[in-house]
Design a protein around this ligand. Structure first.
Ligand code: DQA
Length: 143
């Protein structure tokens, strides 16, 4: 069971970026915690982060050969990117969407996510723990 955990723009700065919204945990911390959980669950995880829309599209295309499931926080591209939605629509396995903050409680422009039209599940507002919740669910979703 191979799971790709993909993070979009500005999440490389998690921990220092608006800590009042996103907390003080770094992306490296999140990845370490997810790697430990993956081992306990008996699944393999791979991590990728990009600030570039096209690179995220490439990574999702590659995942068709290399991953059974995708956990994605598309960050700001959630609200703008038909290209990322289209790429996810070519991926056959389960897709879970994670948002650290509750996008529905924030500015109106964050309320809609293009990716949610494809996601099998959406976790928002649970902080960085959302990645681990998604990982647990993903481990059950993948046959
Ligand atoms: C985010 C929410 C988005 O609106 C924002 O642009 C992000 C992070 C979240 O994890 O809460 O970059 O996806």
């Amino acid at each position: 069971k191979q799971i790709l955990i993909l993070n979009g723009p500005n999440l490389n700065l998690l921990g220092t970026r608006q800590p009042e919204v996103y907390g003080s945990t770094t992306l490296a911390d999140v990845e370490r915690d997810c790697a430990a959980l993956a081992e306990a669950l008996g699944v393999e995880v791979r991590f990728a982060q990009s600030n570039h829309e096209g690179e995220l599209v490439d990574l999702i295309q590659d995942a068709r050969q290399t991953a059974n499931g995708i956990i994605i926080n598309p960050a700001a591209y959630s609200h703008t990117s038909v290209a990322i939605l289209d790429a996810l629509n070519m991926f056959d396995g389960p897709v879970l969407e994670v948002h650290i903050s509750n996008i529905h409680k924030r500015e109106e422009f964050r309320h809609h996510s293009f990716v949610s039209a494809r996601a099998d599940g959406v976790i928002a507002g649970c902080g960085v723990a959302g990645y681990q919740l998604a990982l647990r669910h993903m481990a059950n979703l993948i046959p």
